[in-house]
Ligand binder design. Structure first.
Ligand code: SF4
Length: 416
């Protein structure tokens, strides 16, 4: 690799680190082409997580950081004094293949700032995929960003070659966009999301009649929201997420704790610590919405518009709805079991299955390896309550705090 390309790689891989929406799971495609390279496999062939929880395993780069826009929160914004670089499509394709052959990566995550204009940028993203798929015969996983405002035809053509696409919403309200990303229009973000959703549905339908119909972004679409750059509450963020899941069949909404890099009167001070705990709580709540049938509004009250940082969203829901507990394990529906703090999808399914054979006892739950550490406070088994305190939020909170201290103290036992 020559020095110029190496320098570009340094700049554009570093600039890509703030984009967190790069999980590769959900695509299974064998490489059936003669002489082709790369497979995309289910369960995320090419994702891994860095110590701070960010995905790093794909070749994750920007096509360019030479942006014409001036989003206040972004280090690539036009008014920021940073080194600029732009790859050609051929350079990105070459790099991907070189890295793939050396076993460094299994796929590509290609994002981009907006260079010249949205169409020009999107066209270069398309050309990159065109080269990879058709010239290099590369069939590994590719996730690309859609540039808001780009021609729908370019988006359509790119989507026929990509595994996943994402249009980053970045901020949850029009007002926040207006303050921090004045050149971005919410309709330019929503329209491509809608187009991607429609194209996915259309190709799935066509495939039923014509088996050879190629799939449009088989891994679906995702988006990303920045957390903590504005005063938007968790309730607003999750209401918008819920809307995106419902309207556009979004695979994932990713949350990215805002890392202050720029001093601006519209942003938190540069010394502000990134709200990683808040980001974590949002992911937990998002999980509840996707797999546990929770609606975002159930996770908040009119007063509590942010998730609790001490206790997770599921147990906080139980505390606020304590009158719905305890739940009898031998009678509760699957949906009710999923609402018990500490019980996951696997445990709930196992309980439903096993109780068909015989009424479950507390011991049988243990033998089934059901984790009861938290669940015990919210269930009865054969009518008996096993929580070693009253069914009251404050009493349970104190118990859990005490257990947490004991757990932390036990770490020192190993150190003696
Ligand atoms: S368009 Fe993207 S890259 Fe450009 S300034 Fe805004 S967030 Fe940054």
């Amino acid at each position: 690799m020559n020095d110029e390309l190496l320098e570009k790689l340094k700049i554009l891989s570093d600039a890509a680190k703030y984009d967190v929406s790069c999980v590769s799971s959900g695509v299974e495609r064998k490489n059936n082409t003669v002489g082709g390279i790369g497979n995309a496999a289910a369960s995320g062939i090419c994702h891994t997580w860095s110590a701070d929880g960010r995905c790093i395993s794909l070749l994750k780069i920007l096509l360019t950081n030479d942006c014409i826009y001036d989003c206040h929160y972004c280090s690539n914004r036009v008014t920021n004094n940073v080194k600029r670089a732009t790859f050609t499509p051929e350079e990105v394709a070459e790099l991907t293949i070189q890295f793939y052959r050396r076993n460094y990566i299994e796929g590509l995550f290609l994002s981009s700032a907006v260079v010249k204009n949205p169409d020009y940028t999107m066209e270069n993203i398309y050309k990159t995929l065109e080269l990879l798929r058709n010239k290099y015969n590369f069939w590994g996983y590719i996730h690309v960003k859609v540039i808001p405002g780009a021609d729908p035809l370019l988006i359509q053509k790119t989507g026929m070659l990509a595994d996943r696409m994402s249009v980053n919403i970045e901020l949850p309200t029009k007002e926040s966009l207006k303050i921090l990303a004045p050149q971005k229009k919410i309709e330019n973000i929503i329209l491509p999301m809608s187009q991607i959703n429609n194209e996915i549905t259309r190709t799935i339908e066509d495939k039923k009649s014509f088996k050879s119909t190629p799939r449009f972004v088989p891994g679906g679409q995702s988006t990303q929201m920045i957390v903590g750059a504005t005063a938007d509450s968790d309730k607003t963020i999750l209401n918008v997420s819920q809307n995106l899941y419902d309207r556009f069949n979004m695979k994932r909404v990713f949350f990215s704790a805002y890392i202050p890099v720029i001093s601006s009167p519209n942003l938190p001070a540069v010394s502000t610590v990134p709200p990683l705990k808040r980001e974590h709580r949002l992911y937990q709540a998002d999980w509840l919405m996707r797999f546990y049938y929770f609606k975002s509004e159930e996770l908040f009250t009119e007063i509590d518009r942010n998730l609790d940082l001490e206790f997770d969203p599921k147990i906080m829901y139980a505390f606020r709805n304590i009158d719905k507990f305890p739940i009898e394990i031998n009678k509760a529906s699957y949906e009710e079991l999923l609402r018990v703090p500490g019980l996951g999808v696997t445990s709930a399914k196992r309980i439903i299955k096993e109780r068909k054979n015989a009424e479950l006892s507390y011991d049988s739950l243990r033998k089934m390896k059901t984790v009861l550490k938290r669940a015990q406070y919210f269930i009865t088994v054969k009518g008996k309550y096993y929580g070693n305190t009253k069914l009251e939020p404050e009493a349970i909170k104190n118990e859990l705090r005490f257990k947490e201290i004991q757990k932390q103290m036990s770490i020192f036992d190993y150190m003696q």
